[in-house]
Design a protein around this ligand. Structure first.
Ligand SMILES: Cc1cc2nc3c(=O)[nH]c(=O)nc-3n(C[C@H](O)[C@H](O)[C@H](O)COP(=O)(O)O)c2cc1C
Length: 453
């Protein structure tokens, strides 16, 4: 029996992955857009809908970085509203463990799990930058080494809260006049080096027991955290070799925590461009790349490596002769991709050599180096590629990022999904009501630590 593929859809922000200037692009903030994308995903029997989180408007050179205006409304508000207009689709949101408190986050997720009939998922992120942290009351003080320690304790504390009501605590027996079967319902106490909380939790144990936990960090500490606690990882390793290496690495780590291979799913982010034939799709992909990287965007992205104002450069001209400025604070603030340029001077030299060899302008070079199209081809080619990557253990499925919102998933739903269903590698109907059911994950038993005294 071939492995079954998991599919989710990411509602993207406005940035150089999406094409906001495309005439088919709609609002990234109106509820109608969220509904449209979610209902398409549900029609296609996807596992879940996914929201990322951006907690501060990004800046570059002291200005709002308007090519990356995230425009992301509050996660719980959006997912709760979507719960009312969908029936089976999982509803997964990214919520930071550095700036929030366990009590409020656990309460929100338990509530969402109730409202949606067991469809809540939580992507636990730690954030990395003090700039974002400035928005919050403790500021961005948390050292990198402490972020996963707080995340682990945060999740442990949330787990205590999720489990604080025994299953069946509410009996509401009218004849006997008894509402609660267990007078200790909601009692909790949790203490560690980050949290010292005790009291009563307000929300009964939810349909899934706990929301599905996703993790998205890539460092060694992040992978270890995922192996210890997560149900799924949102990764960026969607290519065959990199995907297989990542997959093997995180699955290997599970044994340390007494967990089986199928208790942690690996779900890379992936984009796609479809066409009637592979050649059509290739042409469309090239057009989309040019839409995604305008001349102005190319200069802005180049500035992120060079760490300099390059506004005087012609995007259709050659790369700057000068090296990146590594002597000063970064001009781009709040953008994760900047962290990937570990040795900017070496990367700049590489890019310059590549541009010279291929006679590429700044814009052409940026189009090449920032390429993010994972699957390009006819529906059959894309179905083959997805199935192949899952069967060869590069992934357990994908979180798809359409480049047009909100209709960008329609073509995939109408053409690729039926091919995967024909092969018997993707469901034709939901087999259960909860997100855990879709992902093949058990409902965790409550491990209730009853406070004494
Ligand atoms: C695929 C992917 C998606 C991510 N999405 C978000 C996000 O939406 N919001 C956020 O604050 N951090 C996001 N992150 C950041 C991570 O969760 C994490 O905080 C950061 O990468 C630092 O951890 P690391 O050093 O383990 O990578 C994402 C990371 C990855 C790899």
């Amino acid at each position: 029996m071939p492995k079954q593929i998991h599919l989710a859809v990411h509602f993207p922000g406005v940035n150089n992955t999406t094409v906001w200037s495309d005439p088919r692009s709609g609002s990234h903030i109106e509820f109608a857009s969220f509904v449209r994308l979610a209902q398409t995903a549900e029609r296609a029997k996807f596992d879940f809908f996914f929201l990322a989180e951006g907690l501060r408007l990004r800046e570059q050179g002291g200005q709002i970085y308007d090519l990356d205006v995230v425009g992301r409304p509050d996660t719980f508000t959006v997912l709760s509203a979507l719960a009312a207009v969908t029936d089976r689709l999982g509803l997964t949101g990214t919520i930071n463990s550095t700036f929030n408190e366990p009590y409020e986050v656990a309460r929100q997720f338990a509530s969402l799990d109730h409202l949606s009939g067991g469809r809540a998922g939580w992507n636990v992120v730690t954030s990395w930058d003090a700039f974002t942290g400035e928005n919050f009351r403790r500021g961005g003080f948390l050292a990198e080494s402490d972020r996963y320690s707080r995340a682990a304790r945060f999740l442990a504390a949330a787990g205590v809260l999720f489990d604080s009501w025994p299953d069946g605590a509410v009996v509401a027996d009218r004849d006997r006049g008894v509402f609660l079967a267990d007078g200790r319902a909601g009692a909790f106490a949790h203490r560690d080096e980050h949290f010292d909380i005790a009291g009563r939790f307000t929300v009964p144990r939810s349909p899934q027991g706990r929301p599905v936990i996703l993790q998205a960090g890539d460092s060694d500490a992040g992978r270890e955290f995922a192996a210890a606690t997560a149900d799924a990882i949102f990764s960026r390793h969607s290519r065959r070799e990199a995907g297989q290496a990542f997959y093997a690495d995180v699955k290997r780590r599970l044994a340390t925590y007494g967990r089986d291979r199928d208790e942690l799913l690996v779900l890379p982010a992936a984009t796609f461009v479809l066409g009637d034939t592979d050649a059509d799709a290739g042409e469309r992909a090239a057009v989309i790349r040019r839409q995604q990287i305008s001349g102005q965007t190319a200069i802005k992205l180049l500035e992120q490596l060079w760490n300099r104002d390059l506004s005087g450069y012609d995007p259709d001209g050659p790369l700057p002769e000068i090296d990146p400025d590594v002597s000063t604070e970064h001009i781009a603030r709040g953008r994760a991709s900047v962290r990937m340029h570990r040795d900017p001077v070496a990367t700049a030299r590489e890019w310059r050599a590549r541009a010279e060899a291929g006679k590429l302008s700044i814009r052409e070079l940026v189009i090449e180096v920032s390429g993010r199209q994972t699957f390009v081809g006819s529906p059959r080619t894309v179905a083959d590629q997805i199935d192949d990557l899952v069967q060869c253990d590069a992934a357990d499925g994908f979180i798809l990022v359409p480049h047009v919102v909100p209709d960008g998933l329609d073509e995939f739903a109408d053409t690729v999904v039926p091919l995967l269903q024909e092969r018997g590698v993707f469901r034709t109907e939901y087999t259960g009501p909860t997100l855990r059911d879709h992902l093949g994950l058990r409902r965790p038993a409550a491990t209730r630590a009853v406070p004494t005294g």
